[in-house]
Design a protein around this ligand. Structure first.
Ligand code: OMP
Length: 276
């Protein structure tokens, strides 16, 4: 999915919601355990219940890898289930020496090899340009680079100023801006970082930002929009647990839809306010 197509989806659906598919066998409704592939069945019903309300889905690979071969099969089927009106993001946080990154890239981008062809992948920037470039070499694919994460530990390195008068996350963005373009590179910025979006937008005014941390982690959608929205919206706001596990009963998909709808309505207001 291109940047322009993504913007069109946001405009049409009045939403910049990304539903995180962090699907945990211990948290899904018990009756699904009778299905041959409970994780896939859960994802399928969540996708069917929310696809008109969101513009992206983000399975986090950890939740699938933890189940070995079975989990990998659920992930492949889930990837194929994501409609092409939504950006498909694999949250794998990869990055390694060049030839290894090339293997990771084909694992998630090359349908002929792996059965999966995600539109985008999350990448850690720590190993530098040659660890990121193999992902950027795939045409029509996106790298979503960790810039300022939502967790407490982001203080350890990302807010360090040891290299001068700017934070490390600002240096990461400045450098990475030379690796990709606004057409194939996004940054992860946690919703829990409110006013830091002003610093991010100084360095990346036009990039899309993937913003996890609303819902279960307590980030404010209003602040994210106030400080982070640009003229193309420029935001994909992720919620995982608050949507997926809105109910643990038979009505889980319906309740997930209600939760997604509440977020979408707030997003529509914010888009309206921004004249988008
Ligand atoms: O890259 C991510 O998506 C990510 C980055 C970050 O800074 N914080 C963060 O929570 N995430 C992911 O976003 C999702 C958040 O899930 P919930 O807190 O349940 O909405 C999880 O899959 C996290 O791994």
């Amino acid at each position: 999915m291109t940047r322009q197509q993504l913007i069109e989806q946001i405009r049409e659906k009045r939403s910049f919601l990304c539903v995180g598919l962090d699907t945990d066998l211990n948290k899904i409704p018990e009756f699904l355990l009778d299905f041959e592939d409970p994780i896939f069945e859960f994802n399928k019903q969540i996708i069917e219940a929310t696809e008109d309300l969101c513009v992206a889905y983000k399975p986090n690979s950890a939740f699938y890898e933890t189940r070995g071969v079975k989990g990998w099969e659920s992930l492949v089927k889930t990837a194929q289930q994501i409609p092409n009106t939504c950006l498909s993001i694999i949250d794998a946080k990869r990055g390694d020496i060049g030839n290894t990154s090339a293997m990771y890239a084909s694992a998630f981008f090359d349908r002929n090899l792996s059965g999966m062809s995600f539109d985008a992948i999350t990448i850690a920037p720590y190993m530098g340009s040659d660890s990121v470039k193999p992902f950027l070499e795939f045409s029509d694919k996106w790298v979503i680079l960790l810039a300022l994460t939502s967790n407490q530990g982001s203080q350890d390195f990302q807010f360090s100023k040891d290299l001068g008068d700017e934070f490390l996350f600002e240096k990461v963005i400045q450098k990475a801006n030379t690796w990709g373009t606004i057409e194939n590179l996004m940054y992860v910025v946690g919703a829990t970082r409110g006013e830091s979006f002003l610093d991010i937008r100084k360095h990346a005014p036009d990039h899309f930002l993937l913003v996890p941390g609303v819902g279960a982690q307590g980030g404010s959608l209003e602040d994210v929009c106030k400080y982070g929205m640009n003229r193309d919206c420029g935001l994909l706001v992720n919620a995982s647990r608050s949507i997926l596990y809105a109910s643990s009963g038979k009505d889980f998909a319906e309740k997930a839809r209600e939760e997604a709808l509440a977020i979408q309505k707030e997003m529509a207001l914010q888009l309206e306010k921004a004249g988008f």
